[in-house]
Write a protein that binds this ligand. Structure first.
Ligand SMILES: Nc1nc2c(ncn2[C@@H]2O[C@H](COP(=O)(O)OP(=O)(O)OP(=O)(O)O)[C@@H](O)[C@H]2O)c(=O)[nH]1
Ligand SMILES: [Mg+2]
Length: 254
């Protein structure tokens, strides 16, 4: 079987290598904030290092990211802050490091969320991808570890995946710096609105639940105008998610 690692966005203009500067920890006065989210061990910190020039720990252990790390890069004279998040399986998770990731994705208002997935274990990574797409309009799927997928004879139709998810898909092998230019180019196009995402969302919600969610969502917006994802929060409140209830009570997300 052959792996088709086509460039994610065949229509995008070419990467401008001269336009890239890795800025390390200089994260002041940025134009855009980009979050790196994904399941544990999918190569988020490896991507972070490739883009910022920093040396965030990578690896199974003790490289595991437990708090968020920040770095920056410049591309075509625009400055991007990149936030490397701890790995998480679900936005409904409760461990401390997973909460760091969840809170940033939910309340940090990133301009672009890059969801880094393991191409050799795509199916089990999709749960988090779909959850993130419920709460953000601007995302990029970084289909990392393509070399591993290739080794395991896994073929991924990136075009169909992008169409289904409604966001651009960029195949990468971050450990070998492959696909990083395409990733940077795609991030910049999403940040600048040249690529408009239409993320996959759950449809056909029963009418009574939809009505309740809408009502609750309005109340949340009134009380917390700074929350961008009142609909998602409304769902969690209806489910009785204690962490979210506590967050709203303490206002600690601000
Ligand atoms: N084969 C291969 N290995 C990779 C690739 N990208 C990252 N890795 C390796 O995967 C391991 C985990 O990488 P990290 O960058 O630490 O992963 P992470 O997503 O930041 O992990 P957490 O912070 O624990 O969630 C490291 O040993 C990397 O060298 C890739 O494209 N191909
Ligand atoms: Mg990490």
């Amino acid at each position: 079987m052959e792996v088709k690692a086509k460039s994610a966005c065949e229509t995008c203009s070419h990467f401008n290598a001269e336009g890239l500067k890795r800025l390390g920890v200089n994260t002041t006065e940025v134009d855009f904030v980009v979050a790196l989210a994904g399941n544990p061990n999918t190569g988020k910190s490896t991507v972070f290092n490739a883009l910022t020039g920093l040396r965030q720990h990578t690896g199974n252990w003790p490289g595991k990211t437990v708090t968020r790390a920040e770095g920056a890069f410049e591309y075509n004279k625009e400055k991007y802050k990149l936030v490397d998040l701890p790995g998480t399986y679900s936005l409904l998770s409760t461990s401390e490091d997973e909460e760091v990731a969840r809170n940033f994705i939910l309340f940090g208002k990133p301009d672009v969320t890059v969801i880094v997935v393991d191409a050799s274990r795509l199916e089990r990574n999709l749960n988090l991808v779909l959850q993130i797409l419920e709460i953000t309009d601007r995302a990029v799927l970084c289909l990392n570890l393509m070399d591993e997928a290739e080794r395991n004879h896994i073929e991924i139709d990136t075009r169909t995946l992008a169409r289904y998810l409604g966001i651009p898909v960029v195949p990468t092998s971050a450990r070998y710096d492959k696909g990083i230019p395409e990733l940077i180019q795609t991030i910049s196009e999403v940040a600048n609105g040249k690529i408009i995402c239409k993320p996959h969302r759950i449809k056909n919600i029963p009418k009574n639940i939809e009505n309740a969610v809408q009502k609750l969502s309005l109340e949340i917006k009134k009380e917390y105008p700074e929350i961008a994802n009142s609909r998602w929060i409304a769902f969690r409140l209806l489910e009785g998610d204690e962490h979210i209830i506590e967050l709203l009570r303490t206002g600690e997300f601000v």
